[in-house]
Ligand binder design. Structure first.
Ligand code: SF4
Ligand code: SF4
Length: 429
């Protein structure tokens, strides 16, 4: 199999594939489907989470301080996003930075534009990812009325949440997030938890999980491991200095060491494995069928022979792009670096970028660049080397491209695989 490293894909031209255009035949050979994380307000935020991977984009991408997608670009984005989908349901995701800083009128405009371009028989859904601080009665009325699904960032109970999620002046935010929860509940706005597992809260798996389920009352939880390379503010993923890449299990491959490859707040791989094991056990015993956890749902589906439900555990990726406030489109939300810019919707049609030779190669390289260590791994078909942005290590044989979280994932899958097989037997139709 030809090895194509993700960085090599950036040299390819953004040439549209045949699949960029709708197949209008009676029995279409393909259905165009993809997802874009839109950042109409750029990286602007009203708090200053220490571990945020996006705040520095203002400097990296030379964004204006008050970045805002202008009306023409917004309209072009909404029109072309709708036109480039062939399915009956289209999901828009609004994120940042903090998207609510754009104000409610901006979102009223978004909904009006969606209605203008909505084809008959097609449903449009909106997701809003927010820290919740600006939500008030007016916002909640609007979100309810227009069927928005809110992804609320919360890292656990007060003492864990306030460790990193603080204001610019270092003030805690937990209280204000819980006020948002109260409002969302009052207006019956559906919401999920987006929980970043960092070096600190990873050590309290049951406290985090039970808080989200029992006190927040969410039935969908998205756990995201915090992995931030030391050079993340300047170096794009896969453009790291090869000499700085440590070996699996070396001291530099863990957080907290002066020469560590990651920032101090990154989750320790062993803690990540233990976090997943503890929460998985709790979930299987008490909440299976009641609470959805992104990583467990996908592991069950994959064990049953279905495709991964989240990109990070899939064989290929490349169908989850990002658009910045100025119309620039990037290969992925985690690859918003100049090297991974595909173009701008003001110059190139969105479908030509999404379904392009270059973007396809980006997605394929998730599998094709895997080191032999992963190819031999008994858990390959559940893990697929996780996200390429986290492939910060060398294998014991010295090959590049091993995931920073590998030891944690191995630990988790060693434990969970027999249980997943049991669950899949029960669920098999
Ligand atoms: S690069 Fe990572 S986050 Fe982006 S689409 Fe691929 S797996 Fe998903
Ligand atoms: S568990 Fe480790 S070796 Fe196995 S596929 Fe995942 S990253 Fe590769």
């Amino acid at each position: 199999m030809k090895r194509v490293y993700t960085s090599d894909t950036t040299k390819l031209a953004v040439v549209p594939l045949k699949t960029a255009n709708k197949d209008n035949s009676a029995t279409p050979a393909y259905v165009r489907d993809f997802h874009v994380m839109a950042k109409p307000g750029g990286s602007k935020c009203n708090i200053d989470c220490q571990y945020c991977f996006y705040l520095h984009k203002e400097e990296l991408l030379a964004q204006p301080h008050q970045a805002k997608m202008d009306d023409d670009t917004l309209e072009e984005y909404i029109r072309s996003y709708i036109e480039s989908h062939d399915g009956k349901e289209i999901v828009f995701s609004w994120q940042g930075g903090e998207p609510t800083l754009l104000g409610l009128d901006y979102f009223r405009k978004i909904v009006a534009l969606q209605q203008r371009y909505q084809p008959a028989g097609v449903t449009i859904q909106n997701d809003l990812q927010t820290n919740g601080l600006l939500l008030n009665d007016e916002w909640c009325e609007f979100l309810k009325k227009h069927g928005f699904l809110v992804g609320l960032s919360i890292d656990g109970p007060r003492k864990l949440h306030d460790k990193y999620r603080v204001t610019r002046s270092g003030k805690p935010t937990f209280e204000r997030v819980m006020k948002a929860v109260e409002l969302l509940r009052r207006y019956a706005v559906p919401f999920n938890a987006l929980t970043v597992i960092n070096r600190h809260n990873a050590k309290y798996p049951l406290e985090v999980y039970r808080f989200l389920v029992d006190e927040l009352g969410v039935n969908y939880i998205q756990f995201t491991p915090c992995v931030e390379p030391k050079s993340y503010q300047k170096n794009a993923p896969q453009f790291w200095n090869v000499n700085d890449i440590p070996m699996l299990n070396s001291v530099e491959s863990r957080p907290g060491h002066p020469q560590s490859v990651v920032m101090d707040w990154s989750v320790d791989p062993e803690d990540w494995g233990q976090f997943l094991i503890t929460v998985f056990e709790e979930w299987v015993n008490n909440d299976f069928g009641k609470v959805l956890v992104n990583l467990f749902e996908t592991a069950v589906a994959q064990t049953m022979g279905y495709p991964a439900q989240i990109c990070v555990m899939a064989e290929f990726c490349g169908k989850a792009l990002a658009i910045e406030h100025d119309g620039s489109v990037f290969s992925c939300d985690h690859f918003v670096y100049p090297e991974y810019k595909l173009g701008n919707i003001r110059d190139i049609p969105l479908n030509h970028m999404v379904f392009s030779v270059r973007q396809e190669a980006f997605g394929m390289s998730k599998r094709d660049s895997l080191p032999d260590y992963c190819r031999r791994c008994p858990h390959l078909k559940l893990c697929w080397g996780e996200c390429p942005k986290n492939r910060l290590l060398k294998t014991p044989e010295g090959e590049l491209g091993l995931n920073y979280l590998c030891s944690g994932f191995r630990q988790f899958f060693d434990y969970a695989s027999p249980i997943l097989v049991g669950i899949s037997r029960i669920l098999q139709p």
